[in-house]
Design a protein around this ligand. Structure first.
Ligand code: ASP
Length: 330
C-alpha cells in the first residue's frame, strides 16, 4: 500500500539558517529528510511516495499552488495511492484544507498536517503528526470524509477546523463540533461523519488571479470610511461582523451599496457558532443586512467564507449560484 506525500515547507520542514539569519530557522528539509525523522514509519507497511513541491512559509502559498497539488494528488490516487498527505506550514492550513475540501472529488483521504515545534527544538511535534497523518491517509475508515487535518493525534474535518493558538501544539480545534476522530495506539478511530457534498469545479489560474476577495473585520465605533472608498478591483467582500452578524448602524447602508455592486458575505468575528438569519431587527442586524443583499455564511468562519467566495467567483458563479452555495456550505 502507498500514500502520496506532498511537502510544501512550513515549521515541520524547518532547519537552522546560515549566514546573516543564523540562529533562526527556515523551511528547507525535503520529504526524504522528514520521513527519516519519523520513528515507526518504516513499520507501518505504507510506502510514502514523496513529491517535494516547495519549501516555503505557508503564508506564501497561493490558491493556484494548492489546486496544483490537488491535481497531482488526483493523479496519485488514480495511479493507486490509498490516500494523500500534505505537510505544510500551519499558518494558512485552515484555509488550504478548506480549499481542498471544496474540490476534492475522490473518496481517498486527503490529509493535511504540519508542526508547531520545529525540528531543532526539544520535542518537535512534526514526526508524530506525520506518522498519524500517514495512518489516517491509509485508513479505509477515513475514506469519504473529505479533506482532514490531523494534528496531535486528532482528526479534524477541514470545514470545521481552526488554528486557535499562535504557539501551542494543540492549536487545531474544531470549536463547533470537536474532532471527527482520533488516533489511539496507532489505530484510526472515526467518531463522527460530516455530511457529503458535491465537489466544486476547479477554476483556471487566470480566473483566480482576478477573483480578488477582501475580508473586513468590523470593530467598535467603526465609521466605515475604509469601505466607502472600496477598491474597484475587488470582486467580493467578506464581512466579519459582531456576534451573530451585526455591524454599527452607520455601516449598514455602506454595505448595502456594496452588495448592490459585488457579492458581500456576512460572517461572525467570534471564532465559533453561526451567523443568525431571523432574530434581530435593528439597523445593522442580520435581518437588516440580508435585506440589503448580504449573503449569510452560516457556520463558516470569515477565512473559510472567503475561500468559498473566491473559488465561486473564479468559476463564474452568478448571484443565484452564490446564494445556493452559501446556503449549502454555511
Ligand atoms: N510560519 C510557519 C508556516 O506557516 C508556521 C508553521 O508552520 O507552523 O509556515
Amino acid at each position: 500500500m502507498s500514500v502520496a506525500l506532498f511537502t510544501l515547507g512550513g515549521t515541520i520542514a524547518m532547519a537552522g539558517a546560515v549566514g546573516a539569519d543564523a540562529g533562526t530557522v527556515v523551511a528547507r528539509l525535503n520529504g526524504a529528510q522528514l520521513i527519516a525523522a519519523v520513528p515507526g514509519l518504516a513499520d507501518l507497511g505504507v510506502a510514502l511516495d514523496v513529491q517535494d513541491v516547495q519549501a516555503v512559509p505557508s503564508g506564501n502559498l497561493t490558491f493556484t499552488q494548492v489546486l496544483d497539488v490537488v491535481a497531482a494528488a488526483s493523479r496519485a490516487v488514480a495511479a493507486g495511492a490509498a490516500g494523500v498527505v500534505v505537510a505544510q506550514g500551519t499558518d494558512t492550513l485552515e484555509e488550504t484544507a478548506y480549499l481542498v475540501d471544496l474540490v476534492w472529488p475522490h473518496p481517498e483521504p486527503f490529509v493535511l498536517t504540519g508542526a508547531m515545534r520545529n525540528p531543532t527544538l526539544a520535542g518537535p511535534d512534526g514526526p508524530a503528526n506525520l506518522l498519524a497523518a500517514a495512518r489516517v491517509a491509509a485508513a479505509e475508515s477515513a475514506c469519504g470524509l473529505g479533506a482532514l487535518v490531523v494534528f496531535g493525534d486528532e482528526i479534524h474535518a477541514a470545514r470545521r477546523v481552526r488554528k486557535t493558538h499562535s504557539t501551542s501544539t494543540a492549536t487545531f480545534r474544531s470549536p463547533d463540533t470537536g474532532p471527527l476522530g482520533v488516533v489511539v495506539e496507532g489505530r484510526v478511530r472515526i467518531l463522527a461523519t460530516p455530511p457529503a457534498h458535491k465537489p466544486l469545479p476547479i477554476p483556471e489560474p487566470v480566473a483566480l488571479t482576478s477573483a480578488r476577495v477582501a475580508l473586513y473585520s468590523v470593530t467598535l465605533d467603526d465609521d466605515g470610511a475604509l469601505l466607502a472608498d472600496f477598491p474597484t478591483d475587488q470582486r467580493g467582500l467578506v464581512v466579519a461582523g459582531f456576534g451573530v452578524g451585526h455591524v454599527p448602524a452607520a455601516l449598514a447602508p455602506v454595505l448595502g451599496e456594496l452588495a448592490a455592486r459585488i457579492p458581500v458575505v456576512l460572517t461572525s468575528r467570534t471564532g465559533a457558532g453561526s451567523v443568525l438569519r431571523h432574530t434581530y431587527g435593528a439597523i445593522g442586524s442580520e435581518t437588516d443586512l440580508q435585506r440589503r443583499g448580504l449573503l449569510n455564511a452560516g457556520l463558516l468562519d470569515p477565512y473559510k467564507a472567503r475561500v468559498l467566495l473566491r473559488l465561486l467567483i473564479a468559476s463564474g458563479a452568478d448571484r443565484g449560484a452564490l446564494a445556493a452555495a452559501f446556503a449549502e456550505h454555511g
